[in-house]
Design a protein around this ligand. Structure first.
Ligand code: GLU
Length: 419
């Protein structure tokens, strides 16, 4: 049996096989493109506050090194496993290639509920994980970043731990850091802003006026909250939001300002209000113009896909829609416009790339430059996808993934097989 298995890995593999069939990649070439270059598993022991010792399993998967270092976030979640991290690393490869970034994909993770740790325990675990990763990461081999369950502070601890071992400050080893220690302005907001920017492009394409349009956002972390706020700034009415603690829905629109204030104070949606509490299982299938799944993978299966009542599906999360659901969406008469994850949420890694470039050059940009350059890359990728859809009459996801896979395949062919 292969080391690479599990439901999320199977999903990435199924998607890849469909693309490989579409662009005619011979079967013997496929494992070289799909399987990761390296997968590292570590155990991270820490002292708990109560004096006991606890051990957590950590992973880092580096998918391919054809264009430069690998790049991708670090996920802290109780159910993280190697199969999931591998799938996320593979998706990072197609995402970086579609955006034209000089990276392969990577992803890391620790099987831990970060909310169950004290701040001291979280720091100890983050530092130990980075210390275990020192032989495998580096500014020109693999550059970690945040993902679900991690944030700027965790990236600062990663950078500090790596730098202490080098004997010099190496900000370019990690992106998504606080601006004060080599982060870039605009990185924290980049993924959500990118989602909203592409939704605006999709609305132009479909002739939908943002003023008066409606949206539902699943997941109120970094990606979901900034997506909701930026859409609201464009005049879109936010009807529903949810996180792992609560779900709110109001067909006449939620008070996003009040929700923001509550989340800034309490960290989660729970306790915001008694009114408008809603069943999270029903949220995705309420009528709206724009649906933004910005939480975890595989929330839209075939049954849910048949019931969606949105016009634009903007995938803020990685892998929210299963391959079975894609088949259902492709057959629906009402044609939901899908902004596939590797396009829709690529604003984050695009601005991570800017952070890495700025750190290497020790030359920092103004926020406007960050925003404008990110939008340029997003627009280029968006139009490449639409052109491909028109040319080959394929779905948006197929077009986006095919562009990514083709670039990786082409890079490998041009470089050749060593030795
Ligand atoms: N974790 C984010 C993603 O899934 C960002 C990765 C990065 O900035 O390197 O795209």
């Amino acid at each position: 049996m292969s080391t690479f298995s599990g439901p999320v890995f199977d999903m990435a593999k199924t998607q890849f096989e469909a693309i490989a069939d579409y662009i005619d990649i011979p079967h013997h070439e496929r494992p070289r493109i799909l399987l990761p270059k390296r997968a590292i598993t570590v155990t991270c022991p820490i002292h708990r506050d109560d004096g006991t010792v606890a051990v957590f399993e950590g992973y880092r998967v580096q998918h391919h090194l054809t264009f430069g270092p690998t790049k991708g976030g670090t996920r802290y979640a109780a159910d993280v496993d190697l199969g999931e991290v591998t799938a996320l690393a593979i998706w990072m490869s197609w995402k970086c290639a579609l955006a034209g970034l000089p990276y392969g994909g990577a992803k890391g993770g620790i099987a831990v509920d970060p909310y169950s740790l004290s701040r001291r325990e979280l720091e100890a675990l983050s530092r130990r994980y980075m210390q275990e990763m020192i032989p495998f990461v580096g500014p020109h081999t693999d550059v970690p970043a945040p993902d679900m369950g991690t944030n700027e502070q965790v990236m600062a601890w990663f950078m500090d731990t790596y730098s202490m071992y080098q004997g010099a400050t190496v900000p370019e080893v990690v992106t998504g850091k606080p601006v004060s220690v080599g982060g870039t302005v605009g990185r924290r907001e980049a993924t959500g802003r990118g989602v909203a920017h592409l939704v605006a492009r999709a609305m132009e394409h479909l002739n939908i006026n943002p003023r008066g349009a409606t949206a539902i956002v699943q997941g109120y972390g970094n990606v979901g909250s900034v997506s909701a706020l930026t859409l609201a700034e464009m005049g879109v009415k936010i009807l529903g939001v949810s996180d792992h603690t609560a779900c709110y829905f109001d067909p006449s629109g939620l008070d996003l300002g009040a929700i923001e204030q509550h989340v800034a104070k309490h960290g989660v949606l729970a306790g915001y209000s008694e009114a408008g509490l809603f069943d999270p299982k029903e949220l995705l299938i309420q009528p709206c113009d724009i649906l933004v799944p910005a939480a975890v993978e595989r929330v839209i299966d075939a049954a849910t896909a048949a019931k969606l009542r949105c016009r634009i599906l903007a995938e803020g999360a990685n892998g929210p829609t299963t391959p079975d659901a894609d088949l259902v969406l492709a057959q629906r008469q009402d044609e939901i416009f899908v902004l596939p994850d590797i396009l829709c949420n690529s604003g984050g890694v695009i601005v991570s790339y800017f952070e890495w470039v700025q750190d290497i050059q020790r030359l920092f940009w103004e926020e406007n430059e960050v925003k404008e350059r990110a939008n340029q890359i997003l627009d280029r990728a968006f139009h490449q996808v639409l052109d491909r859809v028109k040319r080959d009459r394929v779905t948006n996801r197929t077009a986006a993934m095919a562009i990514g896979v083709e670039k990786v395949r082409d890079g490998k062919r041009k470089r050749g097989l060593f030795p």
